[in-house]
Each structure stands twice: as structure tokens, then as C-alpha cells.
Design a protein around this ligand. Structure first.
Ligand SMILES: [Zn+2]
Length: 66
């Protein structure tokens, strides 16, 4: 496993489907196979805590990232 910082997607940049974990956050592929790939966060502004979304990535994107 590479010891590099993982990408930190911003939920602001994701589609609704990606935020709901129905589509790959990297490429938008919704046909899968999809697997859990951490969380994306959306700044709410003001004093609110960031909103977190459980996101998924397709396995092909993971392979390509290696
Ligand atoms: Zn993908």
C-alpha cells in the first residue's frame, strides 16, 4: 500500500448520486462493482460542522489509481 495521502474529494464537487453512494465518486460509473471508498465532506459555512457523505468507487478506478 502506498504511503501517500488519499484523495480527499469535496462533496461540493460530487453529484447527488455520488453523494448517496450510488455512483463512483471518481468517474461517475453507477454500474459497479462499487465499493466503499471513505467519505467526502461538504463545508456548510458559518459554524456548522462539515457534512460527511459515505462514498463509493468502482474497482476499475481503484486499479487505475495504483
Ligand atoms: Zn469509477
Amino acid at each position: 500500500m502506498a504511503d501517500t495521502a488519499p484523495p480527499s474529494p469535496r462533496a461540493d464537487d460530487l453529484t447527488d448520486e455520488q453523494r448517496r453512494g450510488r455512483a463512483c465518486w471518481r468517474c461517475g460509473n453507477a454500474t459497479g462493482p462499487l465499493r466503499s471508498d471513505g467519505h467526502a465532506y461538504m463545508a456548510t459555512g458559518g459554524t456548522g460542522a462539515p457534512l460527511g457523505f459515505a462514498i463509493v468507487a468502482c474497482t476499475s478506478a481503484e486499479e487505475a489509481a495504483r
